[in-house]
Design a protein around this ligand. Structure first.
Ligand code: GDP
Ligand code: IMO
Ligand code: MG
Length: 431
């Protein structure tokens, strides 16, 4: 039995979806514990592409149970679209495969409108959110006025809470953001329609997970976003609104920390970021362009071009500590093929100072000049490699140097988007 958390170690889009899909073969249950439809997790299976925003990336594996737990903020419209599309493609034929927490908070159109309206008027520069209403929904949760899945199931309770929320949101939308407000009855009816479609999945997911653990089953916790987008430890305020680090897998899914056996970080062989905020190793030259094109670095949720740059060991060391990583999966090594030399950032220079830790202040982070070490590149295509020994010597050396710099073992190496394009040195679910 092994309970494994998988977390992003950079600014998201590290390839968590691919790694979860791969490991899901060895798990019984796969759980999303935070974030919402701001996430976009891509799986390529049998040449077919799937992008999941809310449904855990284990759903393509028959008989695996997939849980959307209490810490997730759920947009029912997006969830239903994902369910319908999966069913059409021949998956999720058995409703018991998907479980939705009764405690999860629900996203409403006013959350999205506030999210986008706030971005428009922000004086300190846009965060570049996904516009999915994530921040405003978590705000309502913290302010204790949010509406939860359990409320939707009780029509009269939901009606009262929606009415109370709308009074407040409509005032804010019309008076502060100069937007249109929402009418109670049509919104109520729309969400009662969602309730009809979703109620079959709703349950006490904390109880379900604790039973699964008692039965000796393997659980994979699927993080969304990445450590540098964490609301406490990321590049605040250019972060998302949830705790993205491994510690939150327990709080977000309602199990205790004593249950966890292994924390796997997912780390891209270089660095990308969507949205605004500091990014010390960003490349705005032809190498950055080459990484974007070769790596297909366009947002899975918004389609925005991702900013690209060299591997940053300061960032990943930060993630090793904050997540307590047992090991990492390095992804997209194949994207680096063809470069004569590859740089890795080992520390930062700020004025006269040498810095080894990521600064808390984003104002300071934008002044960090990366200190680079140069490694030799390779020309051979590597997507066919299934053993480390099949990689060119320079690629092996690159991985060895990353391991030294982050002081953490590399257990998995992804050399292509497809499920099978992977080198597995150690499978955390088989320990
Ligand atoms: P996630 O949000 O962490 O799940 O990552 P995304 O799905 O947003 O972005 C990762 C992208 O890289 C997707 O298009 C994946 O299909 C793709 N991908 C994942 N691993 C590899 C890899 O090793 N090589 C290549 N070329 N693409 C990969
Ligand atoms: P996955 O799970 C990359 C970024 C947004 C923006 C900031 C805040 O696919 O790795 P939000 O809509 O959450 O309020 O936006 O966070 N962001 C992501 N970037 N991958 C993600 O998810 C992201 N989810 C949010 O671009 O900069
Ligand atoms: Mg993504």
């Amino acid at each position: 039995m092994a309970q494994v958390i998988v977390a992003g170690t950079q600014w998201g889009d590290e390839g968590k979806g691919k790694i979860i899909d791969l490991l899901a073969e060895f798990a019984d249950v796969i759980v999303r514990f935070q974030g919402g439809s701001n996430a976009g997790h891509t799986l390529v299976v049998g040449g077919e592409k799937f992008i999941f925003h809310l449904i855990p990336s284990g759903i393509l594996r028959k008989a695996k149970r997939c849980v959307i737990s209490s810490g997730v903020v759920v947009d029912p419209d997006v969830l239903i679209e994902e369910i319908d599309s999966l069913k059409e493609r021949g998956y999720l034929q058995d409703d018991s495969q998907l479980l939705l927490s009764e405690e999860a908070h629900v996203i409403f159109p006013y959350h999205k409108m506030i999210d986008m309206g706030r971005e428009r008027i922000r004086s300190g520069g846009k965060i570049g959110t996904t516009g999915r209403g994530i921040g405003p929904a978590y705000e309502d949760k913290a302010a204790r006025c949010g509406i939860r899945v359990i409320d939707l199931l009780q029509g009269d309770v939901f009606h009262r809470k929606l009415e109370e929320n709308l009074a407040n949101k409509n005032y804010y939308l019309t008076h502060v953001l100069q937007e249109e407000g929402f009418e109670l009855e049509p919104l109520f009816q729309e969400y009662m329609g969602y309730k009809e479609k979703l109620q079959r999945y709703v349950t006490n997911t904390s109880l379900f997970l604790s039973q699964q653990i008692k039965e000796g089953n393997n659980i994979l916790f699927e993080g969304a976003q990445g450590t540098l987008l964490d609301v406490d430890h990321g590049t605040f305020p250019f972060v998302t609104s949830s705790s993205t680090v491994a510690g939150n897998a327990c709080a977000g899914s309602g199990i205790g920390p004593t249950q966890i056996d292994f924390v796997l970080g997912v780390t891209k062989a270089y660095t990308t970021r969507v949205g605004s905020g500091p990014f010390p190793t960003e490349l705005s030259d032809e190498i950055g362009e080459m990484l974007r094109e070769r790596g297909g670095e366009y947002g899975a949720t918004t389609g925005r071009p991702r900013r690209c740059g060299w591997f940053d060991a300061v960032v990943v060391r930060h993630a090793v500590r904050l997540n307590g990583l047992s090991g990492v999966a390095i992804t997209k090594l194949d994207t680096l093929t063809g470069l004569n030399t590859i740089k890795v950032c080992t520390a930062y220079q700020v004025g006269e100072d040498l810095i080894n830790e990521f600064p808390a202040s984003s104002e300071m982070a934008v002044r960090c000049e990366p200190i680079y070490e140069e490694l030799q590149g390779w020309k051979e295509e590597i997507s066919g490699a299934r053993e480390i020994s099949q990689l060119p010597r320079a690629a092996q050396r690159y991985l060895e140097r990353i391991e030294e710099l982050i002081q953490t073992p590399i257990h998995i190496i992804s050399v292509g988007a497809q499920r099978h394009e992977t080198i597995i040195r150690h499978n955390p679910l088989l320990t």
